[in-house]
Ligand binder design. Structure first.
Ligand code: DUC
Ligand code: ZN
Ligand code: ZN
Ligand code: ZN
Length: 461
């Protein structure tokens, strides 16, 4: 045994119990029982010992509309670690005309030597053609078992229905999981340009140009296409009751439909886009923030597992250098907001408020996403043989979220000024202490690439 975590309360998706945990060679080697008194130890008295967070939706070292994200793999994953997340699955974006192999090699060059936590990739396919279809079929062999397609952004990312259908059909054969950005891109573009023509150019019109039905229509269509070729599907960033209703209807028909929401859809509303002095631009992300009523609907859907995961969709477009490009025209504001570090602390407030249980929390931020994306039980749980990625969580610690305490390279937090109770005290990556009292003490580059299992290998039930 290399290290023992003593006196803590172990929390998994399945239950809570008092036990000491022994770690050997980066893995959990023993849970409960007795340990030699002389072994190196961490005292977890008064703390929860939970699996490290698994964030299956980040955009690190990303480019969009001529801007480059503030966070690269080093700062983005240090921020993740400091927030209690020990695994990220980042979106590796194919550039136009680029092969998927070249896109992956490029992402490797960003991540290798820089990542502070373990990482995998989903591929964002933007340029679908015959050779890309062939490459897609081979991705699971390389440990990349999911990819994302867009039903929005005509001219850059948007695919038509037949391409989505064909991609789903192929994913069924190669056991990959298709992730879909479900918004009717033409409807959103139409409303967006109509507002602009009317001189309605402030950030608030971003929200009004992408109303719930824009999302719900595409969600229903994506689910129907998945049903037609009998393929599992994962809806990213589901935000509202209208889209959720479509998900529920599809599930009732037997569609193997999975979905995440993101932290921002549980706490922010479209009124945040109307904040004065262009502050609303900070909250321009897609799909947009909705209403308090939607928050409640989403929390309920999380509690009953209609929704499977809560991701951050971390996008680091700085307010000063990136968001400001859209001062005169909301259409030029890069879409997205940060949150990889805040995610666990913010979602934990749902436990404090009685919206979800402690076990739900672990399930939604770690276990279920690890399962869906082929990393379980190595990641996302506490069991013998799993990687010793652990968070020692102090349920009593309180703080006010402030960007100055964050470890990313951003200039704002979407949750600035919010009081939270419950924070990570220590974080271990494969048995090594990398965060102590929210200070990063690891070595960037020690995060390793995760070859993920095929979808069906873990989800046959
Ligand atoms: N979709 C995402 O997942 N993130 C940022 C913007 C978008 O459209
Ligand atoms: Zn870069
Ligand atoms: Zn998206
Ligand atoms: Zn995203």
């Amino acid at each position: 045994m290399d290290l023992v975590i003593r006196n803590g309360t172990v929390v998994t998706a399945g239950g809570t119990y008092a036990a000491d945990i022994g770690i050997a060679e980066g893995k959990i080697a023993q849970i409960g029982g007795t340990f030699d008194a002389g072994l190196p130890a961490l005292d977890a008295s008064g703390l929860y010992v939970m699996p490290g967070g698994v964030d299956v939706h980040t955009h690190l070292d990303a480019a969009d509309a001529g801007v480059h994200s503030a966070d690269d793999f080093r700062t983005g994953t240090i921020a993740a670690a400091c927030g209690g997340t020990t695994t990220v699955v980042d979106f590796c974006a194919q550039a136009h005309g680029q092969s998927l192999s070249d896109a992956i090699a490029f992402w490797d060059s960003k991540a290798e030597g820089a990542a502070a936590v373990d990482y995998g990739y989903h591929i964002i396919v933007t340029d679908m053609n015959e050779s890309v279809f062939e490459e897609l079929a081979g991705l699971p062999e390389r440990g990349i078992t999911s990819f994302k397609l867009f039903m929005a952004y005509r001219g850059t990312n948007m695919i038509d229905d037949v391409t989505l259908l064909r991609a789903l059909d192929q994913a069924r054969r190669s056991d990959a999981l298709v992730m879909v950005h479900a918004e009717n891109g033409d409807a959103a573009d139409y409303l967006r340009d109509r507002f602009a023509a009317e001189g309605k150019t402030t950030p608030y019109y971003h929200a009004l140009s992408r109303p719930p039905r824009v999302e719900a229509e595409a969600t229903a269509r994506a689910l129907a296409l998945a049903e037609i070729v009998d393929t599992p599907i994962y809806i990213v960033h589901l935000t509202c009751g209208e889209a959720l209703d479509e998900l529920i209807r599809a599930k009732r028909r037997g569609v193997r439909a999975y979905a995440e929401t993101c932290t921002q859809y549980l706490y922010l509303t479209r009124e945040d886009l109307a904040r004065p002095d262009f502050e609303g631009a900070k909250f321009v992300f897609t799909p947009p923030a909705r209403t308090e009523a939607d928050h409640q609907i989403l929390w309920d859907a999380l509690a009953n597992r209609t929704l499977d995961a809560i991701s951050s969709d971390h996008c680091s477009w700085s307010f000063k250098d990136h968001k400001s490009r859209g001062r005169d025209d909301f259409r030029k504001i890069p879409n997205g907001a940060p949150g990889v570090e805040e995610r666990l602390m913010m979602i934990y407030q749902g436990v404090n408020e009685g919206r979800i249980t402690l076990c739900d929390f672990v399930d939604l931020v770690a276990t279920r996403p690890a399962r869906l994306f082929g990393m379980f039980p190595r990641k996302g749980t506490i069991s013998v043989g799993a990687d010793a990625d652990l968070v020692l969580w102090d349920p009593e610690a309180e703080c006010v979220i402030a960007q100055r305490d964050m470890h990313n390279a951003m200039d704002y937090s979407s949750y600035e000024g919010r009081k939270v109770k419950g924070m990570p005290r220590s974080v271990l990556l494969r048995g090594k202490l990398i965060v102590e009292d929210r200070n990063y003490i690891g070595t960037p580059g020690e995060g390793t690439f995760l070859r993920r299992d095929r979808f069906a290998a873990r989800n046959r039930d």
